[in-house]
Design a protein around this ligand. Sequence first.
Ligand code: 13P
Ligand code: SF4
Length: 352
Amino acid sequence: PASDPALVERARRAKAALGDRVFVLGHHYQRDEVIQFADVTGDSFKLAQQAAARPEAEYIVFCGVHFMAESADILTSDAQKVVLPDMAAGCSMADMATFDQVEECWDVLADAGIADVTVPITYMNSSADIKAFCGRNGGAVCTSSNARRALDWAFSRGEKVLFLPDQHLGRNTAVLEMGLSLDDCVVYNPHRPNGGLTEQQLRDAKMILWRGHCSVHGRFTAESVDDVRERVPGVNVLVHPECRHEVVVKADHVGSTEHIIKTLTEAPAGSSWAIGTELNLVKRLAAMFPDKNVSFLDRTVCYCSTMNRIDLPHLVWALESLAAGQVVNQITVDAETTHWAKVALDRMLALP
Ligand code: 13P
Ligand code: SF4
C-alpha cells in the first residue's frame, strides 16, 4: 500500500543519500504521502519562481503535473535535470489546446484583421509549445495568482486578449476583477470552423476565451454553493478561479491554492469554510486547522486523477533511481521552444 512505512523509509533514505543534489518541489494538490518529502510546496506561480532557487541541485524532482515540470526545465539551467515521477501525470485542461489548433486560431484572428491588436496570454496549465507561441507573438504566461496583472499588462499592449486554455479563469478575471462585461467575452471552440464565431463577433470581443476547462473544478455548481449555505449556517465559500463563473459569482472568496491556504491560516477559530478546489488540499486544510470547520464544497469526491498519479511508490522509484545514478522520466524541452516559452514566462515573472 502507498502509505507503507517501509516505502516512507526508502524515500527518506534515498533522499538523504542524494542530499543537496536533489530538490523536491510539490504542488498543493499532491497526496500527503508525497508532499511530506517536498523541500518546497506551492501554487503554480511559487513553484515556477522556486524552480531556479537551487542552481546547485543536479536533479529537480517535480511532484506535480507535466506542464509544471516542463516549466521547471525551461526556467533552470541545462545542467539541471527535471524528473516527473510518473509520465502519465498530465493535465486534461492543458491537453485541450494543441499547438496546431492555436496556430489555426491565430490565422482566424488574422483573417478577421485583429491578430495585430490581440495579445495571447496562456495560463500556466498549457504545454511548453503554447507558452512558446505566446512568447513569439508578444504575449505572456499567467497563473491563477497573477491573472489580473497579466491581463492589465496585455491590455496595455493591445486591444484584445486571446486567453488560453481556461475559459473560466479568463472570464472570472476579466469580468469579476476588471469590470469587463460577459458580452465582451466570446468563446473560441477549436473543434468548429472559425472557432464557431463570426468575424464580427471576433472584432467586437475584448476577451477571446479558448474553450478549455478543468474537469475537477468543473464539477462544482451554483447548487453546490446553495446547498452548503443551507447545510452550514454562516459558512464562508472559498473557491479556485478555475471554477465556473456562476460558482465564483456566488462564492465569498476566490484565489489560487496558495491564497486559499493563506486565507484559512488567517481565518478566526470557530469559523466555517467550504472550499471549492481539489480534495487532497481540502483534506490537508481540515487536518491543519482542527479549530476551524473546513468542508469540501461538493458532496462528491473530487481528486485530480492526474495529480494523484504521483504516489509514494513512484516517488521512491524516482529517488532510488537517481541515487543509483540512473536518471528516469526526465522532462526536456527543446532549445527553440525553451527560448520562446522562457520569454513568455519571464514576462510573467517580471509583472509588478
Ligand atoms: P494554482 O496552484 O496555481 O492555484 O493552480 C491550481 C491548478 O489547477 C494546478 O493545476
Ligand atoms: Fe489540470 Fe484541473 Fe488537475 Fe489542475 S486540477 S492539474 S487544471 S485537471
